[in-house]
Design a protein around this ligand. Structure first.
Ligand code: SF4
Ligand code: SF4
Length: 313
């Protein structure tokens, strides 16, 4: 479907170029164009801040940016099911970096086409900015006691990425898009995530006992670390603090928790024998999931621990 929009009713000002791949005509500019592109991927949450309102997370990447840029925070809701707690929700769907690459490459292409010579670059994970802090400051959600961004629609089951581009506020034309540069809001600290955490890691700032981190740790584990993984019962990641959050319950009740993004929904491992499904995965399929980052050896080690056959030091 082609999307047509007549800016100010001036037909002569229409851009008549479009990328066939996404069927988008560049008749709009700024935030309206960005929204159209994101909607092609069923992504409906984004907001912008000037880079001066964002905190640096990676000084090297930060120093490579031209300065005076806008930062468009984009949310990737991913919840597709919980694999009965045997694999965390983010681990049970394809790695979001693959989708983020495609989304940001489309955004970069369109911005550069519409505004020749401008800087546009997408980031996911390896970001110049503190993503949770920036997204919360931009009005996309609040910061939870578990350090995650919590949104009203998808709770904390969202990945964050951002497009950094040298468009001015006027060019972005952010009418109707949240742009809040006040201090980020935090959750009400109801304590449910702390009580649900099997290891007390929510209260421990070092997160050393966090099962999600331990399942990703390479190499041999101590007996204590293996016991913590076994307590959690998941072969990759842990959702206990997210699942217990009242925002997750509210999103479930409203029916908004499930991601609208096919990339995630279609790749969900499923509730029926999820561990067996991972064990039987061919290498090509295995490589598409987030746990491939730590190779099959690490995942197999975790499976062995969960099944109770581990030999600890
Ligand atoms: S469970 Fe309560 S304290 Fe924890 S993140 Fe959710 S709202 Fe905050
Ligand atoms: S991911 Fe699991 S272990 Fe880590 S803080 Fe949350 S509930 Fe605790």
């Amino acid at each position: 479907m082609l999307i047509f929009c007549f800016l100010h009713g001036d037909v002569d000002s229409l851009y008549r170029f479009w990328y066939n791949q996404y069927d988008i005509m560049i008749t709009k500019g700024g935030a309206a164009l960005i929204r159209d592109i994101l909607l092609k991927f069923n992504i409906d949450s984004f907001a912008a801040l000037p880079d001066s309102a964002c905190k640096a997370a990676n000084e090297r990447l930060f120093s490579l940016l031209p300065g005076g840029c806008s930062v468009i925070f984009v949310l990737f809701p991913y919840y597709s099911g919980d694999c009965n707690g045997l694999i965390s929700s983010y681990g049970a769907v394809y790695d979001y970096h693959t989708l983020a690459k495609e989304v940001f490459s489309a955004l970069e292409g369109y911005v550069k086409e519409k505004y020749p010579g401008r800087f546009a670059r997408g980031f996911a994970d390896h970001s110049p900015f503190l993503e949770v802090e920036g997204a919360a400051r931009a009005g996309l959600g609040i910061i939870g006691k578990n350090s995650l961004l919590i949104t009203e629609k998808y709770s904390s089951y969202v990945f964050i990425g951002e497009l950094v581009c040298s468009l001015t506020e006027e060019e972005l034309d952010l009418e109707g898009i949240p742009t809040v540069s006040a201090e980020p809001r935090c959750c009400e600290d109801c304590g449910r995530c702390s009580r649900a955490c099997p290891t007390g890691a929510v209260r421990d700032k070092s997160r050393k006992s966090c099962i999600s981190s331990l399942t990703q740790k390479k190499g041999d584990l101590s007996a204590k670390e293996a016991a913590l993984i076994k307590t959690g019962g998941s072969i990759w990641g842990c959702d206990a603090c997210q699942a217990a959050c009242p925002y997750t319950q509210k999103a479930l009740e409203k029916g908004t928790l499930l991601t609208p993004i096919g990339f995630f929904r279609d790749s969900y491992i499923g509730d029926r024998d999820p561990v067996g499904s991972v064990e039987k995965m061919d290498d090509c399929t295995f490589e598409k999931y987030p746990f491939a980052w730590r190779k099959r050896k690490t995942v197999t080690r975790n499976i062995t621990i969960i099944k109770g056959n581990e030999k600890n030091d």
